[in-house]
Design a binder for this molecule. Structure first.
Ligand SMILES: Nc1ncnc2c1ncn2[C@@H]1O[C@H](COP(=O)(O)OP(=O)(O)O)[C@@H](O)[C@H]1O
Ligand SMILES: O=C(O)[C@@H](O)C(=O)COP(=O)(O)O
Length: 432
């Protein structure tokens, strides 16, 4: 172990926060996750890495910058010497921001000359070559991410995407340099810095590439990327190679379990379709009932009518053409706000009715649930899929939450997650 809080992590959404927390923990660092801005009462025992999971990805730029700086200041006051800005492995952002602006603000706070930008996360099949980001076999802009409800990604080139979000010079560190190893990467970064470049968008297509980048920027005051680089950096900082901390024990055990899905990603659509074939399911129809309180009431009344052993799904997930219709009728932001508010109210109602295990699909959706439940933090439990751990909340009545990124997990994940909780109170991914 490293011996003090060395890495302070600012994640731009809560599923990204859990993903990056797992990456640092797997690297051998004692890691804690906090949701939203901690206050002065937040008690922090000893940790190597502290993740603050925010919900800033789709906020207006100025708000996202202010929230990120506040979290960064807290982390620095609590001992962090290095900051890690975690954004999505598919660089989810609007054309105008706000990854670039948040990175600018954090770089100024840290006095960083040059900052690495590496969204690649090969474990999740996100790779970057010659600045172009791929989702499995497809360029980002041709992948299902081009249909995202809030941040449709229609350009695959990270240098271009970032350049549109910052006035500072951006250059590529290509795969050739990365393959030459950590020393060559470091020399390249130093050369770029001496030429006034401020961001190095760095290719990576394998875990070994990310390890070399992590080794190269081990001492940088600001590093940015997805969970892939966090793993490389974490191992470089910990001085270990893949040492894995044991995960926290499950304090919740068997309990009523419900899945809430708000993601419309292709993987979540498969997971929802699979779960609808296996378990009772309730569709949140925002067009028919554009009032979050009423929508939540009807979902909770439906839940109350189910037998106690049911493991239901409550979802708003739609196919891209249906989603477009919903957004045309209600407006993109209004429909998201209605559904996120409703889902938060439902989560609160479920906990009031004795539910102790909640599985959520979607980053914004998970953020709405965490905030409605007032969850301030938790310990990281076993992963049910790579980057998708159970989190056991702190507080007098702990609950287990599984905050699933829209794109992660096998098609059976939601069904397995609600069953694993109901049967044994535990589910883990072999090998992690
Ligand atoms: N039926 C729908 N109509 C309009 N917006 C929707 C619908 N279902 C979900 N959404 C919104 O789409 C967004 C999905 O984002 P998110 O939860 O982050 O998923 P992902 O992890 O796939 O990005 C949320 O704001 C959610 O409220
Ligand atoms: O990096 C990733 O892909 C994830 O950690 C992530 O950020 C998830 O975001 P959502 O897809 O919005 O859940």
């Amino acid at each position: 172990m490293v011996g003090r809080t060395v890495i302070g992590v600012i994640a731009d959404d809560v599923t990204g926060g859990t993903d990056v927390a797992v990456a640092f923990r797997r690297a051998g660092l004692a890691t804690v996750i906090l949701f939203g801005q901690p206050d002065e009462q937040t008690i922090l025992t000893y940790h190597d890495a502290v993740v603050i999971a925010l919900k800033t990805r789709t906020l207006p730029v100025d708000d996202a910058v202010a929230e990120s700086l506040r979290a960064a200041a807290w982390l620095k006051n609590h001992g962090a010497v290095q900051l890690y800005f975690k954004y999505c492995s598919t660089f989810d952002s609007k054309p105008e921001g706000n990854i670039g602006q948040v990175a600018d603000a954090l770089a100024d706070l840290q006095g960083a000359r040059l900052t690495v930008v590496a969204p690649s996360s090969p474990e999740h099949r996100r790779t970057q070559y010659m600045g172009n980001l791929f989702v499995a076999e497809q360029p980002l802009a041709e992948s299902p991410m081009s249909h995202h409800p809030l941040t449709p990604m229609t350009d695959s080139n990270v240098v271009r995407l970032l350049t549109a979000q910052t006035d500072r010079p951006v250059e590529l560190v290509s795969q050739k340099t990365v393959r030459a190893g950590a020393r060559a990467i470091r020399e390249c970064l130093d050369d770029l810095a001496s030429r006034g470049v401020r961001y190095a968008v760095t290719d990576a297509i394998s875990a070994a590439d990310l390890q070399a980048i992590g080794d190269a920027c081990r001492d940088d005051v600001l590093v940015t990327g997805a969970a892939g680089l966090a793993g490389g950096l974490g191992r470089a900082v910990a001085g270990t190679r893949g040492a894995s901390q044991s995960h926290g024990e499950d304090p919740v055990g068997a309990g009523r379990s419900v899945a809430l899905a708000g993601s419309c990603s292709s993987r979540t659509r498969e997971q929802v379709a699979y779960m609808r074939d296996h378990d009772p399911a309730f569709f949140l129809d925002a067009i028919a009932t554009p009032d979050p309180e009423k929508l939540a009431e009807s979902a909770l009344a439906w839940f109350a009518s189910l037998p106690a052993e049911a493991r239901p799904l409550i979802y708003s997930t739609l196919e891209p053409d249906e989603l477009r219709r919903s957004q045309e009728i209600l407006g993109t932001e209004r429909s998201a706000a209605i559904l996120e508010t409703a889902t938060g109210l439902i989560a609160r109602g479920l906990v009031a009715r004795g539910v102790r295990r909640i599985v959520t699909a979607g980053g914004e959706t998970s953020g709405a649930v965490v905030s409605a439940l007032g969850i301030q933090g938790g310990t990281i439990g076993a992963e049910i899929a790579p980057g998708v751990p159970w989190i056991y909340t702190t507080g007098p009545v702990p609950i287990a939450v599984l905050l699933k990124s829209g794109n992660f997990g096998d098609p059976e994940l939601l069904v397995q997650a609600v069953r694993a909780g109901a049967r044994t109170g535990e589910a883990s991914l072999a090998g992690h």
